[in-house]
Design a protein around this ligand. Structure first.
Ligand code: ATP
Ligand code: MG
Length: 203
């Protein structure tokens, strides 16, 4: 679990994502890692305008933020941070982790990432700095192979989480087609999508 894990330090999980919308796959992954790694808290960090998704229109940051708040509000271990949204511009995970470090000086950071995102990590910027800022936890995700794509062994762990074949893309497509997303996303998020008429014309 990382040599830097000091005694008495808070253990802070970081779940980054577009959360367009947040779904039960995200929530189960965060909950399972929190349990297995004895985390004190998991902070969900919705991205600013995501640079790797610029090919499609991403919902307004405030909508993604509010859905994330609605989905996590009942769990005392979960919180939501606006740092990436308020920074403006595209989100780079190094900035996220650097800012969280500064705001939580007495914490060890554990960055939670699905198998698909982990596979892309070496395409991110400043990878050397990334691994000095947090321990990385790759979680299983149906349809993706969880493997170390060449990251420093001592900075990455792997966790098997209950398999939920849910993606935000699929949720958006379902709403666009008039199919239900009940039980794929929390009830309050279903209601919010409906209230704000999200995803109606966008797969
Ligand atoms: P999209 O389809 O728009 O890419 P997504 O479902 O992949 O959405 P993201 O916001 O891109 O959701 O993902 C945030 C993080 O959660 C990523 O690290 C991703 O790998 C992880 N994740 C998303 N869905 C699951 C799932 N069903 N099981 C495990 N991890 C997941
Ligand atoms: Mg994704």
């Amino acid at each position: 679990m990382g040599e830097q894990t000091g005694p008495g330090k808070r253990r802070l999980g970081v779940m980054g994502g577009t959360f367009d919308p947040i779904h039960h796959g995200h929530l189960v992954a965060a909950s399972e890692v929190a349990s297995q790694f004895h985390l004190d808290e998991v902070v969900f960090v919705p991205t600013g305008q995501p640079w790797q998704k610029s090919h499609r229109a991403v919902s307004a940051a405030e909508d993604r933020y509010l859905m994330t708040v609605i989905a996590t509000a009942s769990n005392p271990q979960f919180s939501v941070s606006r740092i990436d949204i308020d920074r403006g511009g595209p989100t780079y995970t190094t900035d996220t982790l650097r800012d969280l470090r500064r705001l939580n000086e007495n914490a060890d950071l554990f960055f939670i990432t699905g198998a698909d995102a982990l596979a892309q990590i070496l395409t991110w910027r400043d990878t050397d700095e990334l691994f000095s800022l947090a321990h990385f936890i790759g979680v299983t995700r149906p349809g993706h192979i969880l493997a170390n794509p060449g990251l420093p062994e001592d900075r990455v762990s792997f966790v098997e989480v209950p398999a939920l074949a849910i993606s935000s893309s699929d949720c958006r497509a379902r709403v666009a087609q008039g199919d239900p997303v009940w039980y794929l996303v929390p009830d309050g998020v279903v209601r919010y999508i409906d209230k704000r008429k999200l995803y109606r014309h966008d797969g």
